[in-house]
Design a protein around this ligand. Structure first.
Ligand code: FNR
Length: 374
């Protein structure tokens, strides 16, 4: 009905409703440095292209005459978090690069819609600021595990105190990927004055001479191993989700090590060039561990139909990456609001047109297209 409202009102939105076309618009407003950090991917960009190609290879097979409700309810509960639809905002750092209000604009837009927001360790607003802006709305915390145990424990404690209910541990970024667009400009936002608020406001950083150097010493942490996970369990009272899982073996290990969920993700192709498309990894992982773990998904979702494909291939919810930052760049809080509403709207319409009134039991809704398509 909201959709009809747009037609009836005859007033075109300020930002396009074609979310796949948002990147082009965002390119017009981002500085070259910001664009170089946000838009491109690792190496030749093969993984990011594979992410998109995988979405094109799958096709939705809609069902008819299924008595779809006029008022539909896509709400669900994931790891104790209620959400209006199986959609969340992916953790993304340095959002001030996209807009001066950064994470505060994003969390406000997400909170107004009840869409869960995942706060990055590399954010430019602190846990406490984000919590204040988000009010009672659902939020999770994404940890980049620092080499300093003291800082790690401080982050966990601050996140807990600020009402972040679940912990996402990102595993695919023990080091930054080979990112030519940043390397060619010698630009890394963390080093170039975009403040890393969680670190800079941490008591462990008080009085430190050169906080950027201090950060640079504790961020790369490729030495983590599975046996480190019990430490997190001891110090985090709540669900723990591993982000960056694309191998079935790792998904099984996640279950064996007592994790609550995994996010099937290749970081939007920003880490390993030539990596498997996240969507191609999803069905095998969901089949193998879907009964033991909450399987979530990101990397390459650009619109509501993509989200439906990921849900139909076994994800319980889908995280939205770059499109949120494009909305942020184009319109701050209103831009993120627009992007999330478009996603929620298109997700709902695609499911309804496919014969569904809710977001449950979506398995088997997609098939792999023949090689002549896409
Ligand atoms: C990210 N991503 C990310 N992931 C994470 O766990 N912690 C982080 O701080 C960041 N930071 C970040 C910054 C920027 C600019 C981007 C584009 C991405 C990865 C993010 O959570 C998600 O996995 C990808 O964005 C999904 O891919 P798409 O949808 O953007 O292609």
């Amino acid at each position: 009905d909201q959709q009809l409202g747009i037609y009836l009102g005859g007033k075109a939105p300020e930002i396009t409703t074609d979310l796949a076309g948002l990147e082009e618009h965002a390119r017009q407003v981002l500085s070259p440095e910001a664009l170089g950090y946000i838009v491109p991917s690792a190496g030749s960009g093969a993984t990011a292209r594979a992410n998109r190609a995988a979405f094109d290879r799958y096709r939705i097979v809609p069902r008819m005459l299924r008595g779809v409700a006029r008022e539909r309810d896509l709400s669900c509960e994931i790891l104790g978090t209620r959400m209006p639809a199986p959609l969340m905002v992916a953790p993304m750092g340095v959002q001030k690069l996209a807009h001066p209000e950064g994470e505060l604009a994003t969390v406000r837009a997400a909170a107004a819609l009840g869409v869960p927001y995942v706060h990055s360790t590399a954010a430019t607003h602190s846990f406490e600021e984000v919590a204040q802006a988000g009010g009672d709305a659902p939020r999770w915390y994404q940890l980049y595990w620092p080499t300093s145990e003291q800082v790690c424990l401080s982050f966990l404690a601050r996140a807990k105190a600020a009402g972040f209910s679940a912990l996402v541990l990102t595993l695919d970024t023990g080091l930054l990927g080979w990112r030519p667009a940043d390397l060619d400009r010698a630009f890394l936002p963390f080093l170039n004055g975009v403040g890393l608020a969680n670190y800079l406001t941490d008591p462990n950083f008080e009085g430190v001479d050169n906080p950027v150097l201090h950060w640079a010493q504790m961020f790369p942490n490729p030495g983590l191993s599975w046996d480190d996970l019990p430490f997190l369990r001891r110090h985090w009272d709540g669900p723990i989700v591993l982000k960056g899982i694309v191998s079935r073996e790792d998904a099984v290990l996640a279950a064996e090590y007592g994790m609550d969920g995994v996010i099937v993700s290749n970081h939007g192709g920003r880490q390993v060039d030539g990596g498997i498309a996240a969507l191609d990894a999803l069905p095998g992982i969901a089949d193998l561990v879907g009964d033991r773990l909450t399987v979530l998904f990101d990397s390459g979702v650009r619109n509501g139909a993509d989200a439906v494909k990921a849900l139909a291939l076994g994800a319980r919810a889908v995280l939205i990456g770059r499109p949120v930052l494009y909305g942020l760049a184009l319109g701050g809080q209103a831009g993120v609001d627009h992007v999330l509403r478009c996603l929620l709207g298109e997700l709902d319409i695609t499911l309804a047109l496919s014969g569904h009134s809710d977001a449950h039991d979506l398995r088997g809704l997609v098939s792999v297209a023949s090689s002549t398509v896409g």
